[in-house]
Each structure stands twice: as structure tokens, then as C-alpha cells.
Design a protein around this ligand. Structure first.
Ligand code: 5AD
Ligand code: SF4
Length: 465
């Protein structure tokens, strides 16, 4: 499952300037949810651009407003309803079309179109190619909807327009959908079944990024470890995730690679070996545990036990002692007891995560958990457990960061520090944010930095070259 970065908001104006053309109709797009959605918005912009639209960062100038939505937790959906109220104000003032795209589309299509008069089009994650057509219909007053999920669509042939701000790091989607059916999760319903993208098109996109000066690529999928492409013309030709990673790292040896998300059930030693063998594959794995208790894991249908999970952690440490590990944790899942919650805390302590995304369980309509399990942990208890989890993780992150003091890391510079113009920030292989004095370095440089200060969130240091 992809990491949740929550509100991405509007895109950065600087980065899209070449896409802006005052004579063309204008698209304004907001993105909520995970990295996958960010990449999907890039696909959408590319499709709309090919159909005569230019981008704007100013909602008040847009002819078409699109909001790319997330359904993973209730608060993500609530935020989108809030934004629709804002778009409604725009609509009162002038003629503008509003489209809801992404994960909320399938679940809420009727509510979106009927109850709330503001929405003109609703398009699910597998139907973006149909957007220009639906927009055209909506221009003629006809509300449009396409929420069909596909077994094939991977947008393989499209080179997404990059909406990121730095021109240095980019996402490349390698698969879509998920087959895992974790009982709490809406993703298999909102994004459909799993399908892997043709590796040739992935490698081509990576090469294009390299040619355009990008220095780091994150390969994205809900569960990258189950990536498997079978050549439709020769069923004997298969490419799994380990092979794909290996090919990418070899094809572009000066490009740095990351990937997300790994799954504890499917992560093989073969993948770990490939990671260890290539210096340009970052030593960082996001391996969501969700819980440290085997009964909870079973109830979540995660497909592994606490012991299995810890065995995978041991394997990571065996192949890559310097590998950073992060996780996702859900607090207060159905029927979770106090002892079972303690198991989560003890797992976190045992692994010593560098970082974690932590959530209260949020019941999602029509998931197996909603249909068959009682959401019986009170909100107060969920909050208290979540706070304990967050407090522990802060402690673990600080401990891990303090261990880095005195070490030298290669940092890829992504931008100017928020705190001071005199400082740059970037990430090391372990995905930790490192801040250091600018000197003559610039965005896109690889800089060796010696760490001299650490908080739970950031490392600080001095360049040593
Ligand atoms: N409630 C809370 N957290 C959830 N996640 C997925 N579904 C839910 C839910 N219903 C979390 C998982 C997943 C991450 C992206 O979001 O931890 O790994
Ligand atoms: Fe991730 Fe499980 Fe949801 Fe798939 S079903 S996206 S593996 S949490």
C-alpha cells in the first residue's frame, strides 16, 4: 500500500510554467492522498494537455477544476467535501466545470453527481483516457461519468507530465491496483485488481527522466513485491520485481532508485540481494506491519504472523545492515485488546523503525471488516493508543538519527531549506532528510555531508568535499 502523504494541494507554479499557455482553456488540479495519486495527476495533465488544455495554478482562472481524491480514511474524504464547497463558490461566480477523479469516484459516484450540484464529471482511476470526451460532453451541459475499472489499463504508453517541484526526483508507476484484500482497505475496490506494466515502457520512462536531468526515480505500486509481467507474446518470458529493479539499476547507473510499497508477505530475499548488489538502489524499505499481533494480522487478512514479519526484518538486516526501515501502523482495529496493542508497541521497539505513518482505524463502507467485524474500540481509546504509538516512534526516530551523528552520507539535494535560504536540504540513501549550508551547491547535486546534529525529524551537517 502506498504511503499516505495527505494533502498535496495545488501544483507548484514554477515547475509548470512551460505548460501554461494563455490562449488555451485552463485546467486547475488538486491532488489528495498517496504518491500513486500524485503520479496519476501527472498522467491526467498529460492527457488533458494532449487535448488542448494548459495548466493554471490559479483556481479563479480555470475553465476546468479537477480534484484527485483519496478514500483510504474518512478524514481524507471529508477534506474533499470541504474543497467541493470552495469550488461551488467559484461556480456561483462564473462558468467553470468541476470534475472529481480518483478513488472517491467509484464509491460516491451517485452522491457526487446527484446530491451535490457542483460536480459535472466523475472519473475513476482506470478511466482517465476518457476524460477529454467527458469534459467535452459536460461543456454541452451533459454530466459525465466513467468509473469502470480495468484489468489491463496501466497507462503504459503515456509519459506523464512532471508536476514535482524540483526537477530532480520523480515517480514512475510500475503497476496498478491491488489483490491483497486486507479486510480494512478500500483500495482493491477503488483502484481495482492488480496489473503490472510492461517493463520496456518503465525502462523507457526512466531513460527519458535521466535524459531530462532527473537524478532519482521512485518506482511505485500498491505492492511492488508482487510485480510480475508476463510477455503476452511469449508466456515463458517473465519479469518479477527483483529483475525489474536489477534492469533499471543497470540501465541507469547514475540514477538513484527507490520503490514503494513493499509487502511483508511477498518481499523475497531475491529483491534484497538485488538491492544490496547495487549502490544506486537506496537502502530504504517501507514495510507496513499494520500490527504487531498475530491475531490482529489474521483478522486484517495480512497473510503473515508477527514471527514472519520479524523474519523479513532479520533478512533485511542480514543483506543490508545499513538499511532504514519504515512502517504503517493502524491503532484500534476491530476487537483489538490492550495486550494486542502492547504487541504493536513491542514490535516497533524490536524493529526500531526509522520512520512510521500511523493511523487510527477508520471503518470504510463495504470492506470485509465493515461487513463482518465490530468497530468496537472507542474513539477515545483509539486516540490514546495512537498517541502512544506516535510517542514511541518519535523516540525511535530520534534514537536512530542520533546514531548518525559523526557519519558521512551522500545527499541528493532537492531544494532550499524552509528555515533558511542559506541552507539546502536533500535525502540520504536511507530516506532521511539532511540539512546543510548551501555554499556553492545546487539542486540536483550529490553532496557528501557529515552529520553533526539530529532531531527526530531531521539530520543536520556540513559538506565535506
Ligand atoms: N483505516 C486506517 N488506516 C488505513 N490504512 C488503510 N486502510 C485504512 C483504514 N481503513 C492505512 C494502512 C495502509 C496505509 C496507506 O493506510 O496502514 O498501509
Ligand atoms: Fe495495501 Fe492491503 Fe490496501 Fe492492498 S489491500 S492497498 S496491500 S493495505
Amino acid at each position: 500500500m502506498s504511503t499516505s502523504l495527505d494533502n498535496r494541494g495545488a501544483v507548484d507554479f514554477k515547475s509548470i510554467r512551460p505548460l501554461i499557455n494563455d490562449t488555451l482553456p485552463k485546467l486547475y488540479i488538486e491532488t489528495y492522498g498517496c504518491q500513486m495519486n500524485v503520479n496519476d495527476s501527472e498522467v491526467v495533465v498529460s492527457i488533458m494537455q494532449n487535448n488542448g488544455y494548459s495548466l493554471t495554478q490559479d483556481m479563479t482562472k480555470a475553465d476546468l477544476i479537477l480534484i484527485n481524491t483519496c478514500s483510504i480514511r474518512d478524514n481524507a474524504e471529508q477534506r474533499v467535501w470541504g474543497r467541493l464547497d470552495v469550488f461551488k463558490q467559484q461556480k456561483k461566480k462564473r462558468s467553470v466545470l468541476v470534475g472529481v477523479i480518483g478513488c472517491m469516484a467509484e464509491r460516491l459516484k451517485n452522491k457526487l453527481l446527484e446530491e451535490d450540484k457542483v460536480v459535472d464529471i466523475v472519473v475513476g482511476p482506470d478511466a482517465y483516457r476518457d476524460l477529454p470526451n467527458l469534459v467535452h460532453g459536460a461543456e454541452g451541459g451533459q454530466k459525465g461519468i466513467n468509473v469502470l475499472l480495468s484489468r489491463e489499463e496501466t497507462y503504459a504508453d503515456l509519459s506523464p507530465v512532471r508536476l514535482d517541484q524540483n526537477g530532480v526526483t520523480a515517480f514512475v508507476s510500475i503497476m496498478r491496483g491491488c489483490n491483497k484484500m486486507c479486510t480494512y482497505c478500500v483500495v482493491p475496490y477503488t483502484r481495482g485488481g492488480e496489473r503490472s506494466r510492461d517493463p520496456h515502457t518503465i525502462l523507457r520512462e526512466v531513460q527519458e527522466l535521466a535524459d531530462n536531468g532527473y537524478k532519482e526515480v521512485t518506482l511505485l505500486g500498491q505492492n511492488v513485491d508482487s510485480y510480475l509481467w508476463i510477455n503476452p507474446e511469449n508466456q515463458d518470458e517473465e519479469v518479477n520485481f527483483a529483475a525489474l529493479l536489477d534492469m533499471a539499476a543497470k540501465q541507469n547507473p547514475t540514477m538513484r532508485f527507490r520503490f514503494s510499497t513493499s509487502h511483508p508477505k511477498d518481499m523475497t530475499d531475491e529483491v534484497l540481494k538485488v538491492m544490496a548488489a547495487h549502490e544506486n538502489i537506496c537502502k530504504y524499505i517501507h514495510l507496513p506491519a499494520q500490527s504487531g499481533n498475530t491475531r490482529m494480522l489474521k483478522q486484517m487478512n495480512r497473510g503473515y504472523t508477527r514471527e514472519w514479519y520479524l523474519d523479513r526484518i532479520a533478512a533485511i538486516r542480514r543483506y543490508m545492515p545499513d538499511c532504514a526501515i519504515s512502517t504503517d501502523i493502524i491503532a484500534g482495529f476491530c476487537t483489538e485488546s490492550e495486550e494486542e496493542h502492547q504487541d504493536t508497541l513491542s514490535l516497533m521497539e524490536e524493529v526500531g523503525y526509522e520512520f512510521a505513518y500511523m493511523f487510527k482505524y477508520s471503518e470504510r463502507p463495504n470492506t470485509k471488516a465493515q461487513r463482518t467485524l465490530a468497530d468496537d474500540v472507542s474513539d477515545d481509546v483509539k486516540t490514546r493508543r495512537l498517541n502512544e504509538i506516535i510517542e514511541l516512534q518519535n523516540r525511535l526516530s530520534l534514537k536512530s538519527n542520533q546514531k548518525d551523528i559523526g557519519q558521512v552520507f551522500e545527499v541528493l539535494v532537492e531544494g532550499t531549506s524552509k528555515r533558511s535560504k542559506e541552507e539546502l536540504f536533500g535525502r540520504n540513501s536511507q530516506n532521511k532528510v539532511v540539512v546543510f549550508p548551501r555554499k556553492d551547491y545546487k539542486i540536483g547535486d550529490f553532496v557528501k555531508v557529515k552529520i553533526n546534529q539530529a532531531s527526530s525529524a531531521t539530520l543536520k551537517g556540513e559538506s565535506v568535499e
